[in-house]
Ligand binder design. Structure first.
Ligand code: SF4
Ligand code: SF4
Length: 162
């Protein structure tokens, strides 16, 4: 495992002190993923990371379900930050080239189009394809340099070509 990433996870776990979680489940009740996925529990992910089940967590793929809405961190009365732990776990998984294929595709789209999907447009009543430029809507400006730096720093396994 990448030393600096493991250290980063340990630093976060030290700072948030998962042992003070008293399983009030406020993080779970606010989590949009837990609502649709009975196995998904933000506090359980933190506890498993704290107990050293890093490989199991990153291999299971469950860390990629999180939307990073931050509700778990906002709701927690004990300042346990599941969302931060999940980001650290994702960075470790990225270094091991474990992100799901769909994530790699979305990351590539962000680099190329500035959003997670290419522009699709809408079809009008008279069956014409209408795109943003037809409606004078601004298209996102992509700072490829910044995005490349973000991917580099998170060790996201993506081949951006050029
Ligand atoms: S809200 Fe905080 S204290 Fe409550 S279960 Fe979740 S992590 Fe633990
Ligand atoms: S940040 Fe992730 S784990 Fe936390 S509430 Fe949102 S989806 Fe759930």
């Amino acid at each position: 495992m990448h030393d600096s990433l493991t250290k980063e996870l340990k630093r976060i776990l030290y700072w948030i002190k998962p042992e003070i979680c008293f399983v009030c489940n406020r993080c779970v009740s606010g989590c949009p993923v837990a609502e649709v996925h009975s196995e998904y529990r933000p506090n359980k992910i933190v506890k498993l990371a704290y107990l050293g089940f890093i490989d199991e967590l990153i291999q299971s793929g469950i860390i990629w379900y999180c939307t990073q809405c931050l509700k778990c961190s906002e709701r927690c009365p004990m300042d346990v930050h599941p969302a931060s732990v999940i980001v650290a776990l994702r960075n470790i998984a990225s270094k091991k080239k474990l992100p799901p294929e769909a994530w790699i595709k979305m990351a590539k789209n962000i680099y190329v189009y500035g959003r997670i999907t290419p522009e699709m447009g809408v079809v009008s009543k008279d069956r014409k394809l209408i795109k943003r430029e037809d409606l004078n809507l601004r298209t996102p400006v992509v700072s490829k340099e910044l995005i490349r730096r973000l991917y580099d720093e998170t060790l996201f396994p993506i081949n951006l070509g050029d």
